[in-house]
Design a protein around this ligand. Structure first.
Ligand SMILES: *[C@@H]1O[C@H](CO)[C@@H](O)[C@H](O)[C@H]1NC(C)=O
Ligand SMILES: *[C@@H]1O[C@H](CO)[C@@H](O)[C@H](O)[C@H]1NC(C)=O
Ligand SMILES: *[C@@H]1O[C@H](CO)[C@@H](O)[C@H](O)[C@H]1NC(C)=O
Ligand SMILES: *[C@@H]1O[C@H](CO)[C@@H](O)[C@H](O)[C@H]1NC(C)=O
Ligand SMILES: *[C@@H]1O[C@H](CO)[C@@H](O)[C@H](O)[C@H]1NC(C)=O
Length: 463
């Protein structure tokens, strides 16, 4: 009882403090950062058991499972539909149309399979469905006869500065009871597509054949959302699966077979980094675990991609990566320095609105700050207020089985605006070319409670 009262009080206090921070930040441009005093109730950070209903295999011979979709082109008129058939390859056909059970169109995809240690994957299908209309609901069916399954998705509005759109941002999800809570909270939000900031299944916490099996269970768990809306994927360290002790030395083997990205559409040479435009946003996805220093493919690609950004068409410029560039948690402190040193000056030059990252299992948001004056030979390492710099948001708080990262640097550095070690997800609602509403929702409360919320002013149109 005592604990409940205390928790409620600290929650109220948290909301009051948050409102204060938002107001004073907007008024003065800076304010002392907040370390939230909210204490979450402890659910154990353990994976859901294999017989949990979210992992259930769909009924019927060779029924498609692990269904997920992602944007399939540069501008949102295509999706890539992916699924797994367990018993035999079957065909990779998708039937689709704008009314239920009546399919005017069909598309044919490709099928692949692989082994990991002695695990043999199912038959993994990827089908590009293109030539779609914007802002339209499509129904699609995959599988054969009585084992077939139907789903639906809605295409985004056209690429336009005034297209209204809401993204969800999720990271480091895993497959625990906390992960389920995060997914359920997200599905109750108004999110229309997910920007995923890396570390999907945490299958690498297992050994041998269980690794492949836990990639399968994860995909069945998230299907309730991923079959119906596009999740834009990026990778984290738990997706590398480099295990020489098991004879597995191909990085991202599980991930790359299962999760397609539209990298060719942005002229990337590698599925691990790419860009898309969706509604009023230009979204750049980077790989923290691929070479990025000067002259590497990722570096050269990003230099070209940033030149293509047209803020008249897509006012919002969003970057995703796994390792945060700014983080004041003890966990992974300054791990993002190497990429920051290479890319931060571009983020300032091109006025990136917001950078989302994961990796640290807690929530944190920065002020607009930069550290581009610092280099190895001169200056002191300390970020300073910079109106052209992005806001950095860490949402590595999806709920995986490593638990929360609850120890913060003390005192709170003044680049850190708000931090709290709870599980949750964020949403970013792009209202128009100048205003976006940002929310972070912790899981311990109902869907409408934003533990951190503010108006994000567009960098280009506000300047
Ligand atoms: C498709 O279904 C038919 C009967 O419903 C069955 O004979 C056939 O083996 C199935 N094919 C595949 C690839 O699942
Ligand atoms: C892929 O599936 C085919 C057909 O079942 C099988 O012969 C082959 O060994 C599988 N390949 C791998 C790499 O598992
Ligand atoms: C990719 O390169 C091709 C050939 O140079 C070009 O026509 C196309 O516009 C490029 N696409 C993007 C999204 O940059
Ligand atoms: C570091 O910064 C100083 C002062 O701005 C500058 O003179 C120097 O060339 C820089 N060094 C490198 C390696 O960029
Ligand atoms: C954009 O949306 C905000 C918030 O709803 C509103 O205050 C503002 O007037 C809008 N601006 C334009 C240009 O429509």
């Amino acid at each position: 009882m005592m604990a409940a009262v205390t928790r409620m009080e600290s929650t109220l206090l948290g909301i009051i403090i948050t409102s204060f921070v938002v107001l004073s930040f907007l008024a003065n441009g800076k304010a002392a950062g907040i370390t939230s005093t909210f204490l979450r109730s402890e659910y154990p950070a353990v994976d859901m058991p294999l017989d949990h209903k979210v992992f259930a295999v769909p009924k019927g011979y060779n029924a498609p499972q692990q269904v997920h979709i992602t944007q399939g082109d540069y501008d949102g008129k295509a999706v890539i539909i992916s699924w797994v058939t367990p018993d035999e390859p079957g065909d990779s056909k998708v039937q689709y149309g704008t009314s239920e059970k009546k399919y005017e169109f069909s598309a044919k995809g490709v099928v692949t399979n692989y082994t990991y240690y002695q695990y043999k994957s199912g038959y993994i299908h990827h089908c590009l469905v293109g030539g779609l209309e914007y802002d339209t609901k499509y129904y699609y069916e995959i599988g054969n006869g009585s084992s077939s399954r139907e789903f639906w998705f809605t295409t985004p509005p056209k690429v336009d500065p005034n297209s209204h759109y809401t993204f969800g941002i999720i990271g480091d999800l895993g497959q625990t009871f906390n992960s389920l809570s995060t997914l359920e909270h997200y599905m109750n939000s108004a999110g229309q597509a997910v920007l995923y900031v890396g570390d999907l299944s945490y299958a690498d916490r297992y050994e041998y054949n269980d690794i492949g099996l836990r990639w399968d269970t994860w995909a069945r768990f998230v299907e309730q959302s991923t079959a119906y809306q596009s999740w834009m994927w990026s990778t984290g360290n738990h997706d590398i699966d480099y295990r020489p002790s098991m004879g597995e030395i191909t990085p991202f083997k599980n991930y790359l077979h299962r999760y397609a990205t539209p990298y060719l559409a942005s002229n990337s040479s590698n599925p691990l980094w790419y860009a898309i435009r969706r509604a009023s946003a230009h979204i750049i996805v980077l790989s923290s675990y691929s070479p990025f220093v000067k002259y590497t493919p990722q570096y050269l690609w990003l230099a070209e991609e940033l030149k293509k950004v047209d803020r008249e068409k897509t006012p919002w410029l969003i970057v995703l990566m796994h390792i945060p560039m700014y983080n004041s948690n003890d966990a992974h402190f300054k791990e993002g320095e190497s990429m920051r040193a290479v890319f931060e000056s571009w983020f300032v030059q091109y006025k990136v609105d917001v950078v989302f990252a994961g990796h640290v299992h807690a929530y944190e948001r920065s002020y607009r700050i930069s550290n581009i004056q610092y280099n190895i030979t001169s200056g002191i390492w300390y970020p300073i207020p910079d109106k052209s710099a992005p806001v950095y948001v860490n949402v590595g708080d999806g709920g995986n089985n490593e638990g929360l990262a609850a120890r913060y640097r003390d005192p709170q550095p003044d680049y850190s605006a708000f931090r709290e070690a709870s599980y949750g997800h964020s949403t970013l609602e792009l209202m128009n070319r100048t205003h976006a509403l940002y929310h972070w929702n912790r899981n311990d409360e109902g869907k409408k409670t934003a533990a951190d919320a503010f108006v994000l002013h567009n960098q280009y149109w506000q300047a």
